[in-house]
Design a protein around this ligand. Sequence first.
Ligand SMILES: *Cc1c(COP(=O)(O)O)cnc(C)c1O
Length: 423
Amino acid sequence: MTLAIRNQKHNWHPYTQHKTAPIPIAIVKGEGALLWDENGKEYLDAIASWWVNPYGHANPVIANAIYKQLTTIEHVLFGGFTHEPAVVLSEKLMAILPDNQNKIFYSDNGSTSVEIAIKVSMQYFFNQGIKKTKIIAFEDAFHGDTFGAMAASGISFFTEAFKDSLIEVVRIPVPTKGNEEASLKALTELVTTDECAAFIFEPLVQGAAGMVMYAPEILNQLIALCKKHKVFTIADEVMTGFGKTGKNFACDYLTEMPDMMCISKALTGGAIPMAITTFTQEIFDGFYDDDTNKALFHGHTFTANPTGCAAALASLELLQSAEMQANLKRINKRHLDFESKIKSHPKIKTTRVLGVILALEIKSAIQETYYGSMRTLLYDFFIKNGVILRPVGNIVYVLPPYVMTDEQLDKVYQVIENVLEIV
Ligand SMILES: *Cc1c(COP(=O)(O)O)cnc(C)c1O
């Protein structure tokens, strides 16, 4: 029996209707941007395995760092103890994070990093005896699948079953081109109510919504407005972090800095689940007190796991290497060239590029849904042709590992051009 068949007996997959979904592909090996399945078929991973793997699969630098850490101290509790990988990683992260960030809380994944930011926002005001419990978020946002993160997410069919059990989140329009004023106006109304603890957003790119992009100028204005009214701002950089937008963080395009940042996905180069939430000193000080009850009573068993920290340190070194920085520029240029070639194609409605992210919206006579028929046709065509792309409805996006070669990029662009012939 193949792995793919044996898999069906016990494994429950994410975002999957098992009754109708095709059986999953069993991957047995990876190297760079390539993956191989159990039948020897080769795939190009053009979405960096859900945006986590910039430096290539089975990267030896990360693997060696993990091995060395595992054979020194694999794990130790972070309550009452600390260790060199966490101390050094925090120092190195601080060197590249925006200047106003000063404290780091470690957790396991993007959703937990968001939960922590939301809990911190609410408890900061609670500690002062102030009632501010609502959270502001964008329409079509995605912040994760745990309860707080899910509440902040705005993709409705993900959260429909739970809508009566969620914290109160109020939504404002995404300030895409032409919608800036509407977004600013909606935020102005909310921040003046004195009920909102925080505004959470995916800076510049809404990943799960289909790589929806908006400009730094309007985000600066939204952040400044929150600052004026003492509403905390939370930049969810879980997807955008570590080079995806062409800079270390999407916030590096801003002049107004957020109070908190959520970071995960590429943090360990896709090797070990890990996340951080970062804070200004002011926020930390809101918990610093003689009263034990004012502490942040939040933690995870694997908080600041040394092996995860070692993988993150190796990943940071890779990111900062001249080779990887050149890759970021190279891929951006290739994307821009392909964009100018494809944007007048009769089947293409809109295109956008930021950093290594390229998104194309395919024309459709009907309103396409997230997992609708157009999506199935596109996805199946790409897989058949050995390219892993996961379109969102009629939006095809490419977010390759930074190590993807020019020849491999050509293949990805070609398969997209080919699919336009059949849609
Ligand atoms: C993926 C993602 C999350 C959730 O991260 P998980 O590790 O899947 O829990 C949160 N926010 C953004 C912007 C993401 O892209």
